[in-house]
Each structure stands twice: as structure tokens, then as C-alpha cells.
Ligand binder design. Structure first.
Ligand code: GDP
Ligand code: MG
Length: 448
């Protein structure tokens, strides 16, 4: 069995690398897909160029053909580009009032989204105040009032005969008196980018302190989204973006364009006309939607799972024989990186995912810890690379003079080498124990 596994393992490594032709060919297809999703031409061009540089020469994963491998890389880059995680609108600390200004073209969904947001904040125990700053259309004020009422939140309006900046100022005073801790300004849009509109938004910003300026973009804007976003960001400065109307059949390339040109996070997505249809933005879901290659992505996921499986199985065999050496140690750290995270491998390690109290929920790992861990992993790698092959394969060789040499080679302090050796010994011990437990009692079964 072991031999068979080792063969599989070898195959994982000897699949060859992506050639320039592989990459070019696959990227043609991807370019077409992105343009069809309405990603701006310029963004597509830059993106393709970056991916090309990254992809050529990469190993092709087992179970994938070169084209699929390129798609895998593209998908990862798309996720990276859109921000690796969800972002919240930043509120002022404590009971201080947060002023949020909604901006965007007419019909983008500002008024609707204002009411949607208010509902979310109300659920969180906040006391929002919605402010009717669109003084150009009587219907706009009414629309906000109707929506505010539906959400059970207060709406502040002064009719149509005041400057939006003055309305905002009065509203803020009202909020301070009435204990509203979030003030959302629903402003007027125009059909196109317009100097008056920008001036009006600027005047609001000069009159009251706006903590968060949120740009609302209609996903169906298509190629134009990129200009709209750049203009708003340059002229008034935005803090985040909400993309609306993603419930339609557009693939939502606007999201990618907007993020690429402004660098500002996408906060929420509008998924319908109902006031509950506002969802958190998930970069990975958006990436696969824009790419529109769901089938291939599923296949890639399966291939990834399989590789993790094979590697884990092989590791488990070694553990049972207590053969765990520095090569394995190194490999396990590299695997962590490939698999994109510490929490992943934590769940894969024998004993950890199997033990009730320390399962997924008990092992919440935050971003900061992950970063620290990644840095220490990099140093650990440097130390292991500074060992001779014999030292790697035979951990018992380790002695003070070897440790000094390794420390020097890796450019770290000797204490760090000591710590790493201890970590290694601990891991070896722990894994061996877990392996034995699994064997004898069958109580703690290895997760692979
Ligand atoms: P504003 O001019 O920016 O204030 O835009 P509105 O809030 O008045 O919205 C314009 C239209 O878009 C309205 O008919 C809304 O119901 C609709 N709308 C807004 N957000 C969404 C969404 O996420 N999905 C769908 N399908 N329609 C939306
Ligand atoms: Mg409106």
C-alpha cells in the first residue's frame, strides 16, 4: 500500500509546468469570459498581463489539465484582487454618531440601499436616522419616507427648498438630540457624471463630518462602471462600494472594475428590490460568478481535495512508523501555504479535527495570528533549508555545533533554532501519540 501511495505522490510532483503556450491559450478564453462579464477592457488587459507573469512555469496540479490549472490561478487572482475577505462599514467607536453619505448615479439604488442598510443597523441595536438630501424630485423624499417607515426607522426631511448640505447639518443636530447613532444621507444622483452633483456632495462633506462615503453602483452599468467609480473617487473620495442589482443576470464584472480602479472595498451587494435583499460581499463567490466557469471551478476544488487527501494519507503512514523527519516538517509547512491557511491544516492534523473540544469552532484563528504564523513559517523554512540532507532525514544528528551552523545559514538567532527543534520534537511526539491512539483503541480515528 505504501508503495502505491508513494507512486501517487510522485505523480503529484511530476506533472510538469505551465508553458507560455499553455498560458496564452487559456488566457484567451479567460479574456473573453471577463469581457463578456462586462469587466472594463483596461482592467482585463492589466489583469491578464499579471496572471500571465504569475502562471508561466507553475506546476500543473494532479487531476487538472494545463488550461484548468490556469483557470485555478485566475480564480485565485480574482479573489485576491477583490479583497481577500468581507469588509464592514467602519462605524465610530462607542456612542459617537457615524455619518454615512450615499453617492451614485440616478437609479443606481441609493435610496433603496439606504433603507436596506438602516434595517441591518436596526437589527444590530443601532438607532439610524435617514436623511432626505435628494431635493430635486419630490418623489425621492416620499420614497425614502415610505421605505423608512417599512423598516421602522426615522426619516428626516426638510422638503425641497433647502440646500442638501444644510439639510445634512440640521439632521445631524436632530440626531444628536434624539440619540440617533447612525445618520445616513440619501443624496441626489444624476443620469451622468455631472459637476453640479459632485459640487453638491463636496459641499455636504465640507459642512458636516462625513465618516463614510459609500458609492452605490448598478451592476448593470457594465463597462461604464469603471469611469463612474474613478470619477467619484477622484472628486469626492469614497470609502467603500455597494453593488446593486446583482439579482439580475449580469455576471457583475462591474465589481471587479470598481475594485481595481478605486482600491476601495466592496461592502455589500444588492440582491433584489425587497428591503431585506442586501447581502455581505464575498470575494470568492463574486470571482466565480464573474469568471462564469462554475463547472471547472468545482473540478478544481475536487482535485485540490484529492491532493490534500493523498498527502495527508502519506504523512499518516509515516507517522505511524514514527519516521517523521525534517523533510516532512518542511513539507507540512509548505502544504499549509499552498492550502491557503493555517486553520485548514489545523483541521487536517491528526488529533485536532477529531477531538471534539478542539474542532473547527474551538480553533478560530484570526488574520493577525495567521500572519504571524506565516512569518514564523518562513523562518522555519529558512532553517530547514540550511540543514544538510542528512540532518533533515535524521533528526537525531542534531547537536549544538550543527545548530549554530544552521542558525548562521538561516540568518536567525540560535534560540530560534532551538525553538524550532523543540517544535519539531513536540509535533513528532504528538503525532505519534495520536497515531497510536487511533490504532489501539480506534477511538481517536485519524481524519484520513
Ligand atoms: P437611486 O436613484 O440611486 O436612489 O435609486 P433607487 O433606490 O430609487 O433605485 C432605483 C430602482 O432600482 C428602484 O426601482 C429599485 O427598486 C431598484 N433597485 C435598487 N436596488 C436593487 C437591487 O439590488 N436589485 C433590484 N432588482 N433592483 C434594485
Ligand atoms: Mg434616490
Amino acid at each position: 500500500l505504501t508503495e502505491k501511495l508513494q507512486n501517487i505522490f510522485k505523480n503529484l510532483r511530476s506533472k510538469g509546468r505551465l508553458t507560455e503556450d499553455d498560458v496564452k491559450e487559456a488566457l484567451k478564453e479567460i479574456k473573453r469570459a471577463l469581457l463578456a462579464a462586462d469587466v472594463s477592457f483596461k482592467v482585463v488587459k492589466d489583469f491578464i498581463k499579471n496572471v500571465q507573469e504569475r502562471a508561466v512555469g507553475q506546476d500543473v496540479m494532479n487531476g487538472l489539465n494545463p488550461g484548468q490549472m490556469v483557470i485555478k490561478i485566475v480564480n485565485e487572482e480574482l479573489v485576491k484582487l477583490m479583497g481577500s475577505e468581507t469588509t464592514e462599514i467602519k462605524l465610530q467607536p462607542g456612542s459617537a454618531v457615524t455619518v454615512i453619505m450615499m453617492a451614485g448615479l440616478q437609479g443606481a439604488g441609493k435610496t433603496t440601499t439606504t433603507a436596506k442598510l438602516a434595517g441591518k443597523y436596526k437589527l444590530k441595536g443601532k438607532k439610524p436616522l435617514l436623511v432626505a438630501c435628494d431635493v430635486y424630485r419630490p418623489a425621492a423624499i416620499k420614497q425614502l419616507q415610505v421605505n423608512g417607515e417599512k423598516q421602522g426607522v426615522e426619516v428626516f426631511s426638510m422638503g425641497e427648498n433647502h440646500r442638501p448640505a444644510n439639510i445634512a447639518k440640521a439632521a445631524l443636530e436632530h440626531a444628536q438630540k434624539n440619540g440617533n447613532n447612525i445618520v445616513i444621507l440619501d443624496t441626489a444622483g444624476r443620469l451622468h457624471i455631472d459637476e453640479d452633483m459632485m459640487a453638491e456632495l463636496q459641499e455636504i462633506k465640507e459642512t458636516v463630518t462625513v465618516h463614510q462615503t459609500i458609492l452605490v453602483i448598478d451592476a448593470m452599468t457594465g463597462q461604464d462602471a469603471v469611469n463612474v467609480a474613478a470619477d467619484f473617487n477622484n472628486k469626492i473620495g469614497i470609502d467603500g462600494v455597494i453593488i446593486t442589482k446583482l439579482d439580475g443576470d449580469t455576471r457583475g464584472g462591474a465589481a471587479l472594475s470598481v475594485k481595481a480602479v478605486t482600491g476601495k472595498p466592496i461592502l455589500y451587494v444588492g440582491m433584489g428590490e425587497k428591503l431585506s435583499d442586501l447581502e455581505q460581499f464575498y470575494p470568492d463567490r463574486m470571482a466565480s460568478r464573474i469568471l462564469g466557469m462554475g463547472d471547472v471551478l468545482t473540478l478544481i476544488e475536487k482535485a485540490e481535495a484529492q491532493i490534500d487527501d493523498e498527502k495527508a494519507r502519506q504523512m499518516s503512514q509515516k507517522l505511524k512508523k514514527a519516521q517523521f523527519d525534517y523533510e516532512d516538517f518542511l513539507e507540512s509547512t509548505q502544504q499549509m501555504k499552498n492550502m491557503g491557511g493555517l486553520s485548514n491544516i489545523m483541521n487536517m492534523l491528526p488529533g485536532i479535527s477529531g477531538m471534539g473540544g478542539m474542532g473547527k469552532k474551538g480553533m478560530q484563528i484570526n488574520e493577525e495570528q495567521t500572519e504571524l504564523a506565516e512569518k514564523s513559517m518562513a523562518r522555519m523554512e529558512a532553517m530547514i533549508y540550511s540543514m544538510t540532507p542528512e540532518e533533515r532525514r535524521n533528526p537525531d544528528l542534531m547537536n549544538p555545533s550543527r545548530k549554530h551552523r544552521i542558525a548562521k545559514g538561516a540568518g536567525v538567532d540560535i534560540s530560534e533554532v532551538n525553538r524550532m527543534v523543540k517544535q519539531f520534537e513536540n509535533m513528532k511526539k504528538m503525532m505519534k501519540k495520536m497515531g497510536n491512539m487511533g490504532g489501539k483503541k480506534g477511538k481517536f480515528r485519524l481524519p484520513f
